[in-house]
Design a protein around this ligand. Structure first.
Ligand code: PMP
Length: 378
């Protein structure tokens, strides 16, 4: 990768020497490194996506529907089925991946002189959203088992008065889901922990619960969508990249109060969601039954992987996601390389000594297990 060099260009000083974010994209047989869904769309889904694109194509001389209310209605309907949430289209926002949704949040609520807060270890893009919007960045801590202590979280809000708090649940790279009580404690405190408003009174901190992996949560783990009615400063973000197996289509979305969504409408680029993207997302949502069946299978495969790793003496963080973080290994670069030599790509991420493996098909996980047995001499 090429780092940003000092040249005669007026590069922002804080970008000098930085490299673009991203895991290695290597062409190997078993890809278990970026938490994708291992199942390609079925022939039937492919045919419907293609038909939807064909239907949109004759209109591509025109800009797309800027408000994409049809897609927002379909996403609201999906959340009703998936989580029992009752949401109006005006409460939904979407963009090119939840990465862009969260950038919109930071553009709207962050900025110079303001702070975004999260709790490490967590998703490594968060500090980049902050950097790119010139928002200050503060990371509190998670406990040794990667849970979040609500008292610590609230103390961090009170101390740093962030305008945005990012809570990943399930968290990447640890897989840890937050209990609703923790999110409630943060959202409750957040009512008055934001920066001073124009009238000198404290505003709320916007609390973003990043539920990119929510569909993989274990039985009985609730979604933060349940709390939306009570907190006008809460936003719950989701994506079609993981459970839906549509990472290549780039569709992320969030649910929040209409007043919060209205601020995002101000900062988005005009027509940011292409007509092709909207058509593909809507067609995929019509197949949610088939796609959700795969989620159940991946969950079961995840639980088998956790049991197997623990059975071999490794420590594994409890996971509500489609990946697991395991360790400790003495030289994780060596283990990563050893697996790669056998055609299995996983990810070096998380605290020292830990590695993350995404959940693939049964055959891919068998390849992972036998490669790991060999590399670690299990
Ligand atoms: N949030 C978390 C926690 C993630 O792990 C990811 C992807 N790795 C994203 C958001 C962004 O996903 P996308 O932009 O594909 O929706």
């Amino acid at each position: 990768m090429t780092a940003v060099r000092e040249t005669s260009l007026p590069v922002r000083p804080d970008l000098t020497g930085l490299e673009p974010y991203g895991a290695p994209q290597l062409d190997v047989p078993v890809l278990l490194n970026v938490n994708e869904n291992p199942h390609p769309p079925s022939a039937q889904v492919v045919a419907d996506l293609a038909a939807a694109v064909a239907e949109a194509a004759p209109g591509l001389n025109r800009y797309p529907d800027r408000e994409f209310l049809d897609l927002r209605a379909d996403l609201a309907d999906y959340l009703r089925v998936e989580s029992g949430a009752t949401l109006r289209p005006e409460q939904i926002w979407a963009a090119n991946g939840s990465n862009e949704v969260m950038l919109h949040l930071l553009q709207a609520f962050g900025g110079p002189g303001r702070t975004a807060l999260s709790f490490a270890p967590t998703y490594s893009m968060y500090p980049e959203y902050a950097r790119d919007t010139m928002t200050g960045w503060v990371a509190g801590r998670r406990e040794d088992d990667f849970t979040l202590d609500p008292d610590h979280a609230v103390a961090q809000l009170t101390e740093h008065r962030p305008s945005v708090v990012l809570l990943a649940s399930p968290n990447n790279p640890t897989g840890t889901a937050l209990p609703l009580s923790t999110i409630e404690a943060v959202a409750e405190a957040a009512r008055t922990t934001g920066p001073e408003g124009a009238d000198g009174a404290p505003t709320a901190s916007v609390v973003v619960v990043d539920e990119a992996y929510a569909e993989f949560r274990r039985e009985g783990t609730p979604s933060a969508l349940e709390l939306l009615d009570r907190y006008p400063h809460l936003a719950v973000s989701r994506t079609m990249s993981k459970a839906f197996g549509l990472a290549g289509a780039r569709v992320g979305y969030l649910a929040a109060a209409p007043a919060l969504v209205d601020v995002l409408r101000v900062v988005r680029l005009p027509y940011h969601l292409s007509a092709v993207t909207q058509a593909v997302a809507r067609a995929a949502l019509r197949h949610r039954g088939e796609l959700m069946a795969q989620v159940a299978e991946l969950r079961a495969e995840r639980d088998r992987t956790v049991t197997w790793l623990r059975g071999h003496g490794l420590t594994v963080a409890d996971s509500d996601a489609n990946f697991v973080l395991f360790g400790p290994v003495e030289d994780r670069e060596r283990v990563w390389r050893g697996l790669l030599d056998q055609g299995v790509l996983i990810r070096v991420v998380g605290p020292p000594g830990w590695l993350r493996v995404s959940i693939g098909t049964a055959a891919e996980m068998a390849a992972f297990r036998s490669a790991l047995e060999e590399v670690l001499g299990l």
